[in-house]
Design a protein around this ligand. Sequence first.
Ligand SMILES: *Cc1c(COP(=O)(O)O)cnc(C)c1O
Length: 423
Amino acid sequence: MNTQFSYAQEMDQIDVLKEYRNEFYVSDQKIYFDGNSLGLLSRRAELSIGKILEMWKKYAIDGWTEGEHPWFYLSEKLGEMSSKLIGANADEVIVTGSTTTNLHQLVASFYKPIGNKTKILADELNFPSDIYALKSQLNLRGLNPDKHLVQVKSKYGDTLETEDIIASMTEDIALIVLPSVLYRSGQILDMKTLTAEARKRNIIIGFDLCHSIGAIPHQLSEWDVDFAFWCTYKHLNGGPGSVGGLYVNARHFGNQPGLAGWFSSAKDKQFNMDHTLTPAKNAGAFQIGTPHLLSAAPLLGSLEMFQEAGIDKIREKSLRLTEYLIKLIEIELAEYSFTIASPRDSLSRGGHIFLKHSEAARICKALKAEGVVPDFRNPNGIRLAPVALYNTFAEVWHVVQILKTVMKEERYNKFENKRGVIA
Ligand SMILES: *Cc1c(COP(=O)(O)O)cnc(C)c1O
């Protein structure tokens, strides 16, 4: 691969997604490589917030059933709009809750310890919130997490081996919860193989798609995954605190949700006001209460862009961006003791690159001072996410040049090597 700036310019020129950058509020003072923590605002998302506000203004209570996007059906509609991104049927997806509350709901619904089959299998590299949720679900059932939560170990520190996970699928495991893409190294787990192996052993399996939805394609229905959940403020650009999503395989429709509420109802029964719940025969059954409409609104605009651009084109560009970033780091930063902890092969590399360095915290601060927005992950990681919809190859080139200057001139020395409150 040609690593000159001219290569970046050429790639940007022939980029089939290049028009999308104009749809986003991209600062001309900054290079934003943090879309895997909080995606940028798009004009379409902004417009769709305005539409929902207008409906409130115009229809008040009747907004639930009238206007362009009747609120009563919005969660289902957004679920349908998300379904292609994960390879699911429209009725298997609902936009509701948050990553962590959805995980609570799904564990409450799918974790059925019986006999010796009582344990939950997770991994030691997952994001803390998922692990806290799993432990608290065990505590709620009077089960000791030290005994009943099994966390697969990482052989090399940043990644997980498929065979190690499979080896942990022992007879005492009732439920498996794993990330699709690890939040640090960006490794994609082999969801297809893991699901097939879990199925063989009669173990329910679910995935956290926070770092994969909107970045890579999935085939959840085809792989026969039991459930999945995610947030929408990372690659999906739904805005701070935007409403999350979940997927439940159609095989499980008609069962009672673990945590029920009146929005779990079949829509035609909901206003009967019965004290016996008739759950919706779709993923909607896993909703609890009234949807957070103002935080769901941006997704109308944002998901429309994903539908238009198509996840395959997004993935294709994303892979070329991260490939270019890796090559440039290898060549330009060879002498500065960085370790690229992300997988090199495109089958296991997600949408961001993870760089390890002993001075990572202050290197991140120095980058920010130079107008580059990465993020820091304790204790020594720098995440760089060039996002297909709004970042360019030229930006990748500039980021590496700026990082090189920061290292060469030791500009990070001005800063303390400690993380901020939000890092
Ligand atoms: C971002 C992220 C979360 C965040 O959970 P919220 O409930 O949305 O705050 C949880 N798990 C993983 C793996 C994440 O990447």
